[in-house]
Ligand binder design. Structure first.
Ligand code: BV8
Ligand code: ZN
Length: 280
């Protein structure tokens, strides 16, 4: 990507001292993690993610919902951060006051070099009890007696035999029971109709209120209250730069709209802002 828009965005980034990078599912698309808009695959294609990602769905069929999250967690384990994630880490390395705010529940920002993004919608790697909220071990962290180990390096089960691990099964899966109260363990994500973690939401609003540039990457900005974060920055006079291959409801508040994939645009933006910085 080149052109006047990139040059304008690079000037804004080079001049920034307290940038916010706000990300959605498009940030991880080039890592092979499906976005929420992408059609579901396999058994899950007949389910609407916004229906599955609800307390009601978990109450109605815990195995269906737990199985869906285990499928997504396995997919993320096999995925790698893309050059876009690394470019975000380069911005944070160059500008220590950078705050990365994500709607994503994958761990690709952390694996891409951003140790502590503000997680608005939780994580696939923080299961807890659905009743007493006691943190629960990830299935793969269960002791051997609890079933064969999960392949950690994303490699296929070495003997390829499906019988190798139940978690290789792509379908309903009974959630583990809480070691304390026996209730079903749930994924540590925020479901539709549930409040966001107040500490994360407060940190996000505070960062957006004090930033001197907000970079919004790969979000359709349709899910609230997260979608209001870029508006907070714009309302307080900070320039907003969007990276998305297609227009979104945020276009109108953006100083610059960079139409392209995050994995290509973000490294180009960092190179243009800091030509001496060899990234990507
Ligand atoms: C709540 C975790 C109340 C789970 C998620 C105001 C107005 C309207 C509705 C509401 C409102 N306030 C509340 C609501 C209801 C609801 C909501 O917003 N509904 C929407 C659908 C209308 N919000 C809630 O329910 C929230 N809770 O309000 O609670 C309350 C308050 C107090 C006390 C009690 C209760 C909770 C919302 C959080 C739900 N959980 N995730 C899970 O992941 O399973 S949301 C989930 O969906 C994601 O986290 C993300 O936020 C959202 C998906 O959006 P995106 O990330 O933007 O992804 P999407 O696929 O949509 O788009 C991808 C984009 O990337 C596209 O634009 C595409 O063009 C682009 N792209 C593609 N490839 C690339 C790319 N970009 C760059 N590079 C590429 N390569
Ligand atoms: Zn419990």
């Amino acid at each position: 990507m080149t052109g006047p828009e990139l040059a304008e965005a690079a000037l804004l980034l080079a001049a920034a001292r307290r940038p916010v990078v706000f990300t959605g599912a498009g940030m991880s698309a080039e890592s092979g993690v499906p976005t929420f808009r992408d059609a579901q695959t396999g058994l899950w294609r007949r389910y609407d993610p916004q229906e599955l990602a609800t307390p009601a769905a978990f109450r109605a069929d815990p195995a269906l919902v737990w199985g869906w999250y285990e499928t997504r967690r396995r997919g993320v384990r096999r995925a790698e951060p893309n050059p876009g994630h690394r470019a975000v880490a380069a911005i944070a390395a160059r500008l220590p006051e950078t705050v990365v705010i994500t709607q994503n529940v994958d761990d690709l920002h952390e694996r891409g070099g951003v140790p502590a993004p503000v997680r608005l919608h939780g994580s696939l790697f923080a299961p807890r009890c659905s009743a007493c909220a006691r943190p629960a071990p990830l299935p793969s962290d269960l002791p051997p007696s609890a079933g064969p180990p999960e392949p950690h390096d994303g490699a296929e089960p070495h003997d390829g035999a499906e019988s190798h691990a139940p978690e290789a099964h792509d379908g309903p899966l009974d959630p583990p029971a809480c070691a304390d109260c026996g209730a079903p363990v749930r994924p540590g994500v925020v479901w539709f109709g549930e409040a966001l973690p107040s500490a994360a939401l407060d940190a996000a609003v505070e960062a957006a209120s004090g930033c001197d540039l907000l970079l919004t990457v790969g979000t359709s900005a349709l899910v609230h209250p997260a979608a209001e974060i870029p508006l907070v920055a714009a309302r307080l006079g900070a320039p907003v730069v969007q990276v998305n291959p297609v227009p979104t409801p945020l276009d109108a508040i953006c100083a610059v709209n960079l139409r392209g994939p995050a994995g290509e645009v973000l490294p180009a933006l960092v190179r243009a802002a800091w030509p001496d910085d060899a990234v990507g």
